[in-house]
Unconditional design. Structure first.
Length: 190
């Protein structure tokens, strides 16, 4: 699980706690400190030590660059990502790995529960249509996958990971289009 973090130590503990609480433990957790202020970096490193997460500090490369750093470093078959200000439900890894292996998937797309005063809703994979109906043509019109998908690591590497130019958002959408062009098999996980 890749966890990019830029000056978000106040949220990181909840993200790491959600990984420590998984019913199936992640094989590795890599926290990429994306050039945080020095005070933040000390706190982030300390949180990593408490949760047994690997701490890697880089100069600020923004979200795509931080995720690509973790992609380059990981030794696992599956690649998941968790932003520092979010968390997984405790069965996330178990459900996602089971779905991936049972369906020979390249990408497993979960539903999403947003929290907060302006972002409060529950969405299923594919948003307004079954995921199997989400074609490349449909994707051109609207991103219907969530950032918290589980990816076959080798496939991510084959498409070059995240586009480092997508620093203002839509990096997950851009990646999904690249993967769909490659013929990746997407499977929903509910």
């Amino acid at each position: 699980v890749a966890v990019p973090c830029f000056n978000q130590s106040e949220y990181l503990k909840d993200a790491l706690d959600s990984l420590d609480a998984q019913t199936v433990a992640p094989v590795e957790v890599i926290v990429i400190d994306d050039g945080s202020d020095l005070t933040e970096a000390v706190i982030i490193r300390g949180l990593c030590e408490l949760s047994r997460a690997r701490y890697v500090r880089i100069t600020n490369r923004k979200l795509p660059g931080a995720r690509n750093t973790a992609l380059m470093l990981t030794k696992t078959k599956w690649f998941a990502k968790l932003d520092a200000d979010e968390w997984y439900e405790d069965t996330y890894i178990q459900k996602m790995l089971y779905t991936a292996e049972m369906n020979a998937a390249d990408v497993v797309v979960p539903g999403l529960q947003e929290h907060g005063p302006t972002r409060n809703g529950t969405y299923m994979p594919g948003y307004d249509r079954p995921l199997e109906d989400v074609t490349l043509e449909v994707m051109w019109g609207f991103n219907r996958t969530f950032y918290a998908s589980l990816f076959r690591t080798q496939l991510l590497r084959e498409v070059g990971g995240y586009n480092p130019l997508m620093v203002y958002g839509f990096e997950d959408y851009d990646l999904a289009i690249d993967l769909m062009k490659r013929g990746a098999k997407y499977v929903p996980c509910n």
